[in-house]
Design a protein. Structure first.
Length: 324
């Protein structure tokens, strides 16, 4: 068998076209149950062993859990990324020769968890720039709007605005004052074309990181919502860090303006990079120094934001009746 695995089915021209036009496409039954078993096992391991960043990112809402760069310490997820069919889908979707893995992220909302994911674009706060970028969102529970299935604003990846990064965990350090305010989409739903799907384990969402997306809290009393996001980059992507973009805490050798490279962003296609793969033989956790630096930056940014009450009000989004 050759790796990464060939998907049980490739994307059709219509599906790729839908992704390009709408900024998101949902593919039913794409992931076979062996790969789904790795997704679920990785999420369950992560839930029982949160990283320091994960503990910081999981807001103080009972039942909400988020963590990133899980594949650096959880072998099931490393194997999923290196050997699963995802890199080949990313290659097709982005029309890229080279495919690198950017990072993974877990989102868990237990039944009744009042933690909406605010409307946001991902690329605005990522320390990269380029066209060939895509995200996959993989639920391992049945999801619909009630238990926090994702909503998308159709075609918003083509809008000219770059919105302030209201990340699900409200990290103040990445809110860039120079960027546009996100409109309060739920207060005026008639102005937008919203897309969402009922999904089952094995289904996958593929979306462009400029497509506005968000979700309600988990309003179901019985159904959990566990999901894993995988982010991919292609040939034209460059490293573009800045003070207001997500810091990378893992080792890599990318330089600003150059291609992503090094152990944090492994090349999977056209062939795996042997050195990067060897570097992942052992789990990596970020140094405490880097994490302390980031949390200090965030505390300073949060204090600055709190001193501007009008700015905070303009970031508000309507997600429940009490928000209106
Ligand atoms: O699962 C969620 O609530 C958020 C997902 C998301 O924003 C993403 O994958 O970019």
């Amino acid at each position: 068998m050759s790796f990464p695995a060939y998907p049980t089915r490739v994307l059709s021209t219509e599906e790729i076209q839908r992704y390009r036009e709408d900024g998101v496409v949902m593919i039913k039954g794409a992931i076979d149950r062996n790969w789904m078993a790795l997704v679920e096992s990785g999420i369950e391991t992560a839930r029982g062993d949160a990283s320091l960043v994960g503990r910081f990112m999981s807001r103080k809402v009972e039942g909400y859990q988020m963590d990133i760069f899980l594949w650096k310490r959880i072998d099931a997820l490393r194997d999923l990324i290196y050997y699963g069919p995802f890199a080949r889908w990313a290659q097709q979707l982005m029309g890229a020769q080279e495919v690198r893995f950017f990072y993974d992220q877990m989102f868990v909302k237990e039944p009744g968890t009042d933690a909406p994911t605010p409307w946001h674009q991902d690329l605005s706060f990522w320390p990269i720039r380029g066209e060939q970028v895509c995200s996959f969102w993989i639920p391992c529970d049945p999801v619909n709007r009630e238990n926090s299935g994702l909503l998308y604003v159709r075609g918003s990846h083509k809008w000219p605005q770059r919105f302030k990064a209201i990340s699900p965990d409200y990290v103040a350090a990445i809110i860039d004052e120079q960027m546009d305010d996100i409109p309060d989409i739920n207060a005026h739903p008639e102005r937008y074309e919203l897309l969402d799907w009922d999904m089952e384990p094995g289904d996958i969402l593929m979306f462009h990181p400029l497509t506005l997306h968000g979700s309600y809290g988990n309003q179901s009393r019985t159904r959990r919502r566990r999901a894993l996001a995988l982010r991919w980059v292609g040939d034209d992507v460059v490293y573009a860090p800045s003070a207001k973009r997500m810091p990378i805490h893992f080792e890599h050798s990318s330089v600003p303006g150059g291609a992503l490279q090094g152990a944090a962003f492994p090349r999977i296609l056209p062939e795996m990079d042997a050195q990067e793969r060897a570097a992942r033989a052992r789990p990596e956790r970020p140094s405490t120094g880097k994490l302390l630096r980031s949390s200090l930056d965030n505390a300073v940014a949060a204090a600055r934001l709190a001193l501007k009450p009008n700015r905070t009000a303009s970031l508000k989004q309507t997600w429940s009746k009490s928000d209106t």
